[in-house]
Structures are given as C-alpha cells and as structure tokens.
Design a protein around this ligand. Structure first.
Ligand code: MRU
Length: 353
C-alpha cells in the first residue's frame, strides 16, 4: 500500500509554527504552507487550504497557540485571556458547520482555565500540548474508524464516496477513506467510485489523488452518474464522512450527500456515515438545527477559477446538506457502529469508554 499524506504538522516548540498542505493546489502540486500567525490560519480555513471537519479542528487548536505568540513575557493573566478570546472568535467565525472546530476550541479553553495562571510561555506550552493531544487522538480515531468500517466491507465490493473524507480531511488516515485503506490492506479486493463533488471538486482533486497514491483502485464519476450506476447494480455500499451529527443521527456533510443517500435507499444499497465521536453534537436534537455554511456564488459560476456560466449569473452555494437518520444504514464511530440509527443507540455508544 502506498502512503497517505500528512495533512498538517506542528514544527518546533511553543514558539514554533504549523505547516499544512495547501490543498487548493492539489492535485497539480503538493506544497506545504507555513502558517506562522492566527490570521493566516483563519484564512487557510476560510479558503479551504485546510479542510475537512477533523482537520479544521486540529488547525484551529494550532491557531490558538499561534494567536498567543505575540504576547510579551511580562503579560498578565488578563492579557492572556484577552488574546485567547480574540483568537477563539477569529477561528470560530471561519466556518460554521463542522462541529470539530468548536469542540477543539472548547478543549483549548478548558486547558486555559486549568493552566492559564503561568507565564505566557508556560501557557503557550500547555496549549500546544493540548493541540498536539487533539491531533494525536484524531490519528488514533482514524485507525479505529478504519477497523470498525472495514468489517462492513466484503471482498469484491464496489464502494462509492462523496467529497473527501480521507487523510487530507483529518489528522490521520481519514474517516470514510480509512475504511477503504484498511479493507485494502486486509487483502479485500475493492474498487471505489469517486463522486467529483461540485462545486470545489474535492472528490476529483483530493479523493482520487489520495486513493491513487495509496494504490486503491478508484474511478472518478460526475456527481450525476451515481444514480444510473446504482440502478445498474454497480454499487455495493456507500461510505461518506460528516461535519456534524445531531443527537437523532441526522448528519451534515458536503452538499450532494443527501442525494446520494436518497438514491442508495431507493436502490437498497447500504449507506454508512463514518465519523469520530468529536463530530457528534449532542446539544442539537435534529439536523435542521445544524448551521449550514453558504459560500460565495462564484464557486458555482466558475470551475477551477475559470468562468463556467454567463457573466453576472445568479447562483446559490450551500456547502453542506443534512442526510436524515432514516436514510443512514449505520454510523461508524471509533467506538463501534450504531445500526439502526437511533438516538438511544447513539447515546449508548458514545457513553462507552
Ligand atoms: O468543505 P469541506 O471540503 O471542508 O467539506 C468536507 C466534507 O464535507 C467532509 O466529507 C467532512 O468534513 C468529513 S471529513 C472526514
């Protein structure tokens, strides 16, 4: 099996910086962006240079450390709290849908409450430890997701995925794609239909690239091709990621996922959502409460920066949709699989140690 990319990493000690793959350049160029301050990190999240729910959370945690870098050694606790609150607000306002961002910021704030009375340098060191722990835990969760999900894959399966829920979207091997990597490593013969995922082509640019590097057989399709492939009996199972899952199991993911799930239901094909426990938002009773990011309309009227519609064409660009729990065969988490998807099942599984 080939290698999966390292999406982001911290370089050095608490005075160090973050490096992340500039994903807007893929698949043409693999380049790391050096992120040395809070605003560059916010911008990277906004521009989707770093994207995917778990990776956004990790990037935000590192962004907090960067946000406290400018504090003088003589700064008081009040100054530290102010700098933290500012960094938190800037990062939290970057993208609204992925709950991992807010979960990571909450964890960083808890750490500040615990260790915030030290010198600015000690506080930064402690916050970096927390960010590194968030990153490491995500890596381990990806491995566990791969194991849990691969048990659902049968030899010879033709799988389908939407958007990119791979290494590029996490601190490890991905969520939905970790399932494919693991099944492939286990010696199962699998192939993957990759939805191109308009408007920003995460499937074509990122998922096809990742699977290709790892040696997993993958075939790119237009988003509109999934229906006829399913009707022709050429899809055995669907695995996608999620950006936020409500208490009842409704799951927000990249725009178009809901359509894929509805099609899978019509054709009797199992549809699985693969996500770590950090993607669940138990404070929301159902998916209609999940905030859906609306992105600039030029992402729809252009393709890869070139006009694809008449000048001045109106366009609407919701970045995510919500798949109702009733369409989801199972939620694959690092703690096990919830199937059928019910609130009781989710609460029971997530309360497991
Ligand atoms: O807009 P993006 O590229 O951040 O959207 C990413 C997705 O929708 C992923 O499927 C989701 O974050 C899960 S990533 C493991």
């Amino acid at each position: 099996m080939g290698t999966v990319p390292e999406t982001l990493r911290w370089i050095g000690d608490e005075a160090g910086h973050c490096e992340l793959i500039e994903q807007t350049l893929l698949p043409s160029r693999l380049e790391y962006l050096s992120v040395e301050d809070l605003e560059t990190m916010r911008d990277a999240i906004l521009r989707l240079a770093v994207r995917g729910a778990p990776a956004i959370g990790i990037a935000a945690a590192y962004g907090i450390v960067l946000g406290l870098r400018g504090l003088a050694d003589t700064a008081f606790r009040d100054d530290i709290d102010r700098a933290f609150a500012h960094a938190r607000e800037r990062l939290a306002s970057a993208r609204p849908t992925a709950v991992n961002l807010f979960a990571a910021l909450d964890r960083m704030e808890e750490r500040l409450h615990r260790d915030g009375d030290g010198s600015p340098r000690d506080v930064r060191r402690s916050l970096l430890q927390e960010a590194l722990a968030i990153h490491e835990e995500d890596r381990a969760m990806c491995d566990a997701l791969g194991r849990e999900g691969a048990a659902l894959v049968e030899d010879g399966d033709r799988l389908l995925t939407h958007c990119n829920a791979g290494a590029l979207a996490t601190g490890g091997r991905g969520t939905a794609l970790a399932v494919m990597y693991t099944a492939h490593e286990q010696g199962k013969t699998i192939s993957v239909w990759v939805d191109e995922t308009r408007p920003l082509l995460q499937g074509a640019r990122l998922t096809a690239w990742e699977l290709g590097r790892a040696g997993v057989p993958a075939t790119l399709i237009c988003d509109g091709a999934a229906a006829s492939l399913m009707a022709a009996g050429r899809v055995d199972r669907v695995f996608t990621g999620a950006d936020r899952i409500a208490r009842n199991g409704d799951a927000a993911n990249k725009i178009g996922t809901y359509g894929v799930a509805a099609l899978a239901k019509v054709h009797g094909i199992p549809f699985y959502v693969v996500a770590p426990s950090t993607t669940f938002d138990l404070s929301l009773a159902s998916g209609d409460l999940i905030p859906i990011e609306e992105r600039p309309s030029d992402e729809v009227t252009q393709i890869l920066g070139r006009p694809a519609a008449p000048k001045g064409q109106a366009a609407y660009n919701p970045a995510f949709d919500v798949t109702p729990a009733s369409l989801i065969t199972g939620l694959v988490t690092e703690k096990g699989v919830v199937t059928p998807v019910t609130e009781e099942g989710i609460l029971q599984l997530l309360s497991r140690e």
